[in-house]
Write a protein that binds this ligand. Structure first.
Ligand SMILES: Nc1ncnc2c1ncn2[C@@H]1O[C@H](COP(=O)(O)OP(=O)(O)OP(=O)(O)O)[C@@H](O)[C@H]1O
Length: 420
């Protein structure tokens, strides 16, 4: 559904202090943020960043130490338990481990919150049938949770969370225990919950892929603070904070890391430049025009294009060979309409700070300040483009027949021609 600009949740200078083993610390530290009615909002951060605490403040499972949280216009500060229960009734929640009652059937799990809310048997049965249909597991009504797959369990969790018609759904790492294919199915269901039912969805995750797939806007958290927030596409296209660059780099994997770059330079000693492919997806054709007009030979030696919020996103790294002045003219022209990162030549190498940040991305389960693990490297994707040559020996190997052209981005979110 299209989001309005009215705040469904408003955090104003919110702090949550816990007692730690070495004294009090702020798990949430001065957060000011609006989550709009009707949007899918992502909160991303490494383990311990404060995401769960922030979200638990929305349904008053935690209370603020400072600042205020408003839900649909109601300030939660100083409310009685009875008043908070009313607010909570409008908020559903799903969890990584599903939290289903093992002693109840699927139907029994979904009916449970309706029973608590005092619905009579006939109304409960009708609502449960409707929800089972909506989440696509009508045939599993009489099964017990231990007979279900992870994806089916999460569908039960979603149906249960939606039972009393909440206006907000909080999803705390809801796909983290699922395989990639099931993750996509559950994310598609969350999108339907948002679009068809008008529910505002707040997604907590440590995976930028989740944000990339379904979120309208995102907040990046580190050490209790929101370090960056905004519409998902611009955050991907121009990440400002190091933590954001790490998340983006780890999911898109379109830029060669220092190690890969070193190998590329052996095979491609001429000028290397990384050219961003954004929004309208037309930069591919324009690059070849610019090269042709300046009599510069271009070869794609690395790259990846996928989709972010259903728009093309990624970059291609080119080797440019020709007259120095002509190459400078090409780079200047390309810079007039897209982002160009100059990687220099084998003799005069330059680094890409974004690729460096991505390569330094820690394991998602680890706090961002301490990790040093390197994410998997994308194999490069050499493929022919009009007016340019193919890097026969480029990183990552051979040219598969039918490899799509770079100006036709794939829609499955994967790196073209490369392992992910
Ligand atoms: N009730 C509590 N008492 C004390 N410390 C807490 C409490 N709840 C959370 N914390 C601490 O607050 C910090 C933030 O935790 P939080 O669970 O919000 O982070 P997170 O980003 O959701 O991480 P994860 O993905 O690992 O759950 C962590 O250091 C955590 O140990």
């Amino acid at each position: 559904m299209s989001a309005s600009h009215t705040a469904m949740v408003r955090f104003t200078d919110v702090t949550k202090t816990f007692k730690g083993s070495s004294g009090p610390f702020n798990a949430v530290d001065g957060v000011t943020l609006d989550i709009r009615k009707g949007e899918i909002f992502g909160v991303i951060g490494y383990s311990g960043a404060g995401k769960s605490t922030l979200v638990r403040l929305i349904n008053a499972l935690e209370t603020v130490s400072g600042g205020s949280v408003e839900v649909d216009g109601t300030d939660l500060t100083g409310r009685s338990e009875t008043e908070l229960r009313k607010v909570r009734a409008g908020i559903g929640m799903i969890f990584q481990q599903f939290n289903l009652l093992s002693s109840r059937t699927v139907a029994g799990n979904i009916a449970y919150p309706l029973k608590v809310a005092g619905w009579d048997r006939a109304r409960r049965a009708a609502r449960v049938a409707e929800l089972l249909e909506f989440v696509g597991i009508a045939d599993k009504a009489k099964q017990y949770p231990n007979k279900l797959s992870g994806g089916q369990k999460q569908r039960v969790g979603i149906a249960r969370a939606l039972a009393t018609n909440p206006s907000i759904l909080l999803a705390d790492e809801a796909t983290s225990a699922l395989d990639p294919e099931t993750t996509q199915d559950v994310l598609a269901l969350l999108k339907r919950v948002n679009r068809d039912l008008g529910v505002t969805v707040v997604v907590i995750t440590h995976e930028m892929d989740v944000v990339k797939s379904i979120c309208d806007r995102v907040a990046v958290m580190e050490h209790g603070k929101v370090v960056e927030s905004g519409d998902v596409y611009p955050v991907f296209a121009d990440p400002q904070h190091r933590a954001t660059r790490r998340f983006v780099g780890a999911t898109v994997k379109d830029r060669p890391s220092a190690k890969v770059l070193e190998r590329l330079r052996h095979r491609h000693p001429h000028r290397l430049v990384t050219v961003a492919v954004h929004e309208d997806g037309s930069s591919g054709g324009r690059i070849t025009d610019v090269l042709r007009d300046n009599d510069v030979q271009g070869t794609v030696v690395f790259g990846g294009i996928s989709e972010v919020t259903e728009r093309p996103f990624g970059s291609l790294t080119w080797e440019l060979a020709g007259d120095d002045a002509a190459i400078e003219r090409c780079v200047a022209t390309l810079r007039s309409y897209t982002d160009v990162t100059d990687l220099g030549t084998a003799a005069n190498p330059l680094v890409d700070p974004r690729a460096e940040d991505a390569a330094a991305a820690p394991d998602p389960g680890v706090d961002g300040s301490t990790g040093t693990a390197e994410p998997g490297l994308a194999a490069s994707a050499p493929y022919p483009v009009p007016g340019s040559t193919l890097a026969g020996s480029a990183e990552g190997g051979t040219l598969a027949p039918g490899v799509p052209r770079f100006d036709k981005p794939r829609t499955d979110g994967s790196t073209e021609g490369g392992a992910r």
